[in-house]
Write a protein that binds this ligand. Structure first.
Ligand SMILES: [Zn+2]
Ligand SMILES: [Zn+2]
Length: 346
């Protein structure tokens, strides 16, 4: 079969490899689509000491069950399925209380849990194998556009669920970065809350997409946008900021508009930072602000995303590329030419 391998710093290649052989608790899935994520670009640009060269890329995968391991009883050949992006053990202390994204067996203090495309072969291939417990049946959800739900749906859902007590009817939430994750975050917020939603981006086309996806107000990023948000809130700030970029400029934006006792969720990985001073003066954050470095999500988050999509309250905006043209898709994502989510189709 064909598979997209990460072969070295900055280098991907389609290779001919054997179809994976499955164990008793695993399923083989014929891939229909594999989502392309900004974190794939981060992986692509790792240095020579990255431990996972040779891995098939792709942590967002949807397809049909092709064959079942001997112990697998809850799927049938042909079922449309979504492969989880977080391969937790399901049994350790964090997993047993619903914090599978902090699994202590398949992950560690400094390493997120095992992920297809990072350490295990991912979905940018004709077939992927996975433990049956890391697969969800799609039911009424369209398999062709489902792949991004494994991360671009899951990760915003997890971040949003973590701030749900702040999302009251008269709350305001700012969403920064209206790409693959951001456009789904807007729809989840619209579907699950009545708060006011402000979308921030540097790209006019993505701001137009933000309006279609439920934003009440869109602002072009920049110092005026911070001033606008503060002026509209009597200089108090907003309850929640979801930063799907994580660059210096967006983290400055988030810390610049968050209200006291508000929350910031930093999801994007673009290398920004902010100082924390445990002092009376000079701190960039208002009192009481809760900041989380949000990672992935849990099976409960995934189930909630799938339910919203099945009810057609969330839709993924996709652009399809043949797997053979993966390089073009990576280039387009890097150049900011993709609105919504790119899907590689084998
Ligand atoms: Zn991702
Ligand atoms: Zn675990």
């Amino acid at each position: 079969m064909k598979a997209l391998k990460l072969i070295g710093p900055g280098k991907i290649q389609i290779q001919e490899v054997p179809v994976p052989e499955i164990g008793p608790d695993e399923v083989l899935i014929k891939v229909v689509g594999a989502g392309l994520c900004h974190s794939d670009l981060h992986i692509l640009h790792q240095g020579q000491d990255w431990p996972f060269f040779g891995t098939t890329m792709g942590h967002e995968t949807a397809g049909h069950i092709e064959s079942l391991g001997t112990h697998v009883t809850d799927f049938a050949v042909g079922d449309p399925v979504l492969v989880h992006a977080v391969w937790a053990c399901g049994q350790c202390r964090p997993c047993s209380v619903g914090r599978e994204n902090a699994c202590s067996v398949n992950g560690s203090r400094n390493q997120f849990p095992l992920t297809p495309g990072i350490g295990a072969d991912g979905g940018m291939a004709e077939y992927i194998k996975a433990r049956a417990k890391h697969v969800d049946r799609l039911g009424a959800v369209d398999v062709v556009t489902a792949a991004p739900l494994a991360d671009a749906g899951l990760t915003p859902m997890h971040a949003i669920r973590s701030v749900r007590d702040l999302l009251l009817d008269d709350s305001t939430v700012v969403v920064i970065g209206i790409g693959g994750l951001g456009h789904i975050a807007l729809q989840i917020l619209r579907a699950t809350s009545r708060c006011r939603i402000i979308a921030v981006d540097i790209d006019e086309a993505r701001l137009a997409a933000a309006r279609r996806n439920g934003a009440d107000q869109v602002l072009h990023a920049g110092s005026d946008a911070v001033r606008t948000i503060l002026a509209e809130s009597d200089n108090y700030g907003v309850d929640v900021v979801l930063d799907f970029v994580g660059a210096q400029s967006t983290i400055d934006f988030a810390t610049g508009v968050v209200a006291p006792e508000g929350a910031i969720r930093i999801v994007g990985l673009a290398g920004g930072s902010f100082p924390f001073n445990a002092s009376l003066e000079g701190e960039v954050l208002p009192w009481g602000v809760n900041v989380q470095r949000s990672y992935g999500g849990t099976p409960a988050d995934q189930a909630e995303v799938l339910a919203l999509v099945a009810e057609q309250r969330v839709n993924v905006d996709v652009v399809k590329y043949p797997l053979a043209e993966a390089q073009r898709a990576f280039d387009d994502l890097e150049a900011g030419r993709i609105s919504g989510r790119a899907i590689l189709v084998p």
